[in-house]
Design a protein around this ligand. Structure first.
Ligand code: SF4
Length: 359
């Protein structure tokens, strides 16, 4: 541990020096506009910088201010977000933009405590915006920062436990620079992302290898401790793409399940992988549709990984002659190709439509 104030100052100086030499010139680091910083932070939750950067650029271009985003249609926001996953982030972001316009006259609250009350903002994001945009001396602790602190100071408390969160917060508050908290937080995050990386970091070039616990005791791969294991559930989705001429039947997903607000096809979930149309003979809707059209199977089984779910997905196309009347479940409607292009869709649906040369 850093025993006194002077050691903390020394640590901060070294960290800032490393940052100035090594940091990436990321777009959102070149602004103090809380709206743009907030956009970047929401986009980068669960997303890598390389994947998130083009989305950040698109959002800033299409919605340059919080007023523009608040005035947008949710469908258009989801369409722009398409491919990033975790769509609740986009819905919450849109909701929060409206809240900021309606309740705060378009001005972001300036403190982490107030920011954390907004939808979709956890403690880390609130602290990041408060320090980057408003200079509040508060530590922003993301996964990178937990890793750096755990290794440097030899902390074996589970970072996902409440006890761990408290312990790391106490230490982080001692470390954060009072003079320049924005650069300090950026530097800690970047140091974890580029130097003290997961797996085996190159400690030989680290400016802190003279004080680092993990380096001294060869514990880099043991720290940080993350005890909770994610349980991943297998799910089996069976999609039926009903086609009439160039139109396809799609529906907006509702309820509490994944992909709320996005559009997909008639779908039945099963307990295991189904392999042939005969598996659906018991299903009255599919049975009737099969009698009216020609069914074609997409041979591939698509595997789609989410944080807690592994989706095993199959697609069948049913071509229905244009003059044939079909009774569709009430949520399903036929859309033409141009409409389908602009509808927000799970990336998996978009991929299949492209692979099948529809889009
Ligand atoms: S010496 Fe290695 S483990 Fe320690 S802070 Fe530096 S990079 Fe991380």
């Amino acid at each position: 541990m850093l025993e006194d104030h002077f050691q903390v100052i020394d640590f901060n100086k070294k960290l800032k020096f490393w940052y100035l030499q090594n940091h990436r010139p990321l777009l959102w680091r070149q602004t103090s506009d809380p709206y743009k910083i907030w956009l970047s932070e929401i986009i980068l939750q669960q997303t890598r910088v390389a994947q998130g950067t083009p989305y950040y650029e698109k959002f800033v271009l299409d919605y340059p201010t919080v007023f523009d985003l608040a005035a947008a249609d949710e469908k258009d926001v989801l369409r722009l977000w398409q491919g990033l996953g975790y769509y609740s982030r986009a819905r919450n972001m849109h909701f929060t933009a409206r809240q900021i316009v309606n309740e705060f006259n378009g001005e972001f609250p300036a403190s982490a405590v107030q920011l954390a009350k907004l939808k979709g903002l956890g403690n880390y994001t609130a602290a990041a915006i408060a320090s980057f945009a408003f200079g509040e001396a508060i530590p922003a602790i993301d996964g990178n920062v937990y890793r750096v602190m755990a290794r440097l100071f030899g902390i074996f408390t589970d970072i996902l436990s409440n006890e761990g969160k408290k312990e790391f917060l106490v230490l982080a508050k001692q470390l954060v620079s009072q003079e320049d908290p924005a650069t300090y937080n950026q530097a800690m995050i970047e140091f974890g992302a580029l130097q003290c990386v997961p797996g085996i970091p190159d400690c030989s070039v680290c400016p802190f290898n003279d004080i680092c616990y993990a380096y001294e005791f060869n514990m880099q791969s043991k720290l940080p401790v993350k005890a909770k294991k994610l349980t991943v559930r297998n799910r089996y989705f069976n999609y039926f793409i009903l086609q009439k001429g160039e139109k396809l039947a799609m529906q907006e997903r509702k309820g509490k399940d994944i992909w709320k607000g996005l559009y997909d096809f008639l779908m039945f979930e099963s307990a295991g992988l189904l392999t042939s149309p005969e598996d659906f003979y018991e299903n009255e809707i599919i049975h009737n549709l099969m009698l009216k059209g020609r069914i074609r199977e997409v041979p591939k089984v698509y595997l789609h990984l989410l944080t807690h779910q592994r989706l095993n997905v199959r697609f069948w196309w049913i071509d229905i002659p244009e003059n044939t009347q079909v009774d569709l479940p009430s949520d399903l409607h036929f859309y033409d190709q141009d409409e389908i292009y602009t509808l927000p869709k799970p990336i998996l649906v978009d991929t299949v439509l492209k692979e099948e040369n529809y889009l």
